[in-house]
Design a protein around this ligand. Structure first.
Ligand code: ZN
Length: 78
């Protein structure tokens, strides 16, 4: 389990989440994962793309579909 620090693309607040390899589709990198910003004033979900070391490569607003067609897991911020 790896702890990652980043910023929510909706509200730009600092977020923290825990991620592990089992959370993502490892067949194609960067792999998407949904990040739900658990915050009273935000509570929005974004798509974060991570590399094989679970580092965030880039992120997009909303829930983007996986190009491999697999389900994407939602991780809540802590
Ligand atoms: Zn947010």
């Amino acid at each position: 389990m790896t702890t990652r620090y980043n910023y929510c693309p909706y509200c730009n607040k600092r977020i923290v989440f825990k991620i592990e390899k089992e959370d993502i589709d490892q067949s194609l990198y960067p792999a998407p994962v949904y990040i739900l910003h658990k915050d009273e004033s935000c509570n929005k979900t974004s798509t974060f793309y991570v590399d094989s070391l679970l580092r965030v490569s880039y992120k997009e607003l909303g829930k983007k579909k996986s190009i491999t067609g697999r389900d994407i897991k939602t991780i809540e911020t802590i």
